[in-house]
Design a protein around this ligand. Sequence first.
Ligand code: 3H9
Length: 716
Amino acid sequence: MTSSSTIKAAPTVMGESASVSRQRRGSVLVVTIDHAPVNALNAAVRRGLIDAIEAADTDAAVRAVLIVGVGRNFIAGADIREFGKPAVPPSLPDVCNRVEACAKPVIAAIHGAALGGGLEVALAAHYRIAFEGAKLGLPEVQLGLLPGAGGTQRTPRLIGAAAALSLILSGRHVGAQEAQRMGLVDRVGVSDDVLAEALAYAHELIATQAVARRTKDAAALADKAASTAAIAAARAETQKKSRGLLSPMKIVDCVEAAVNLPFDEGLRIERQQFLECRESPQRAGLVHAFFAEREAQKAPETRDAKARALRSVGVIGGGTMGAGIAVALLDAGLLVTMIERDDDSLQRGRAHMEKVYDGLIEKGRFTLDAKSRAFEHFNGSTAYDALADTDLVIEAVFEDMAVKKAVFAELDRVCKPGAVLATNTSYLDIDELAASISRPQDVLGLHFFSPANIMKLLEIVVPERVSGDVVATAFELAKRLKKVAVRAGVCDGFIGNRMLAVYRSAADQLMEEGASPYQIDQAIREFGFPMGPYQVIDLAGGDIGWAARKRRAATRDPRARYVRIGDLLCERGWFGQKTARGYYRYDDGARIGKPDPEVEAIIDAERARAGITPRTFDHGQIVRRYLAAMINEGANIVHEGIALRPLDVDATLMHGFGFPRHRGGPMHYADSVGLDAVLADIREFAKEDPLFWRASPLLIELVESGKNFASLNQAA
Ligand code: 3H9
């Protein structure tokens, strides 16, 4: 049995719903769920399941019921697309209760995903067999929800409070073996033929006169003291880890109800808490995030195109970025050849990679053994000819057009026809680069974010002349690297860095006008970003932005406001953590900075020089300006077609820039506060600085037509 095992559809008989069919196999009623793509529990499936159980209970010839899913999964959970729409009966809790109440043993045969409501259906069944490759879990927390079909009540009764809390609060998936060890399933199936082995299990249960054994009566909560201690520990940890999130604490409350209250009362509490979560903006944000990252993978260029073969990848340049990319590629099982200009540089490149692996080993996320195995697929060379057979090459050399053109000329010379040639540039004109060689159709941008082996975002930058199968290959690579790919058009900074430049300017202006960098950071953290903008600058190194500002100085609009504070710190050599000083002080190697009165004095002096009388801002005002700048630039980026849809902007900011997922990205957030309110803010700010706060034509158009960004996601 492998993870790719599938179950074929059963023939549909009159009277059944199209998505749930019933078939008698001896004395077993096989109930087959067939609702592509992942057997989500929509209204028709829920109805079909109840009808099937009713049928089993009234048919004397049926002695057991077997529930299976068609295709690659058992059931992926509730149908997420139904949230936010009027509820259609029967509810999933009613379905689970009806399954559990069945007088005849009900067996769930789990292959592929049994997630959320899918696992809840399995838990309501009386026996469970899981096959290799199965993924069991209660990931509702990741959607701002809690298991709302009895999951918070049945799981602890079956596997104990501590294990249930860990499963539900993390949302993690467990495989068949682990599920059996935890007591979540009774048996692990070993055969490739899921249906045959599950049927044999059902017949075995009939032969041994197994009863309808109900999870609500299971006894894993018998040790009250242990359960109470688990609740207290989970509550303390959740308070620390899940600040600002609604559903995690409600999960703890529900499991506590399971420990202390009768089953039916616990179910009532769970329902009430579930409905509160379902109606919350956090659920809307997280569900939007789920669909946005999937939709972002669908670029128009790939619709009729097939990815080219992809086994070996060349990386040009062994700096921090090149080394991180090489590690990411090795992790995905690809063969990697790194090119550097001389042996010393090659050694340094390899040393960078070793450092990345050693960091992972130190954190317990990698082993020495795995590291040496990874290097078996690595090869370094100082000659471009080593790339003659390579399927794809990623250039990660110095950000300079002349340097990159020289690299591409070499690639044009040595690479085989059909090799994909990618640049990791952050802002250079890829159309120009592509036009400089004889095969522009093979050239595109693969913009990784540092550290490249960790950060989820990959911007796939699509120049004008690239062919569809090259774009498809880039998306295929992203999939293998387990990255969230977003299609971007060519412009300075693409989607993410272009927005970053603008909202950082907004933060700098706030700072010059009276807010301290520490207050700005705090306000932005309270909004949900893991770090504020000045902490990020200190972590990445202030010198990077400084170099970019110097580069842009010649082309900057002379009328545009320019805040010099960052430059003044850099002139002193205060680049952040690596120099122990930046916006914060990092005394004695501290990783968390302390506010620096000298920085505040520099800011004060700069305000005086610019003739600014400092004002006070509260955190709400800071967030509004920061977000308005971000949203406005996001709208420009969509308007210009650099991002295909607002959701591509959302996916970029969430996966590359720490935008809080439960707020769904800046464009979704803008919809949630109302585009008219955002536009009113921008117009208000424009009274002081009309050049910076120029409302995006798209934002104005949407407000005037009474539409929102979501309408553009649907239309695309
Ligand atoms: C819940 O169950 C609440 C209950 O406790 C209580 C209720 C009262 N619904 O990911 P993929 C779509 S909350 C609707 O690319 P994979 C997905 O959008 C739910 N649609 O495939 C995509 O559509 P498209 C708890 C869904 O093989 C297509 O299926 N469950 C759902 O890489 C393929 O998806 C979860 O959170 C859904 N539930 O991964 C599980 N799930 O083709 C969420 C998927 O139009 N799902 N779609 O782009 C997953 O984790 C993965 O989809 C799964 C398959 C592992 C199942």
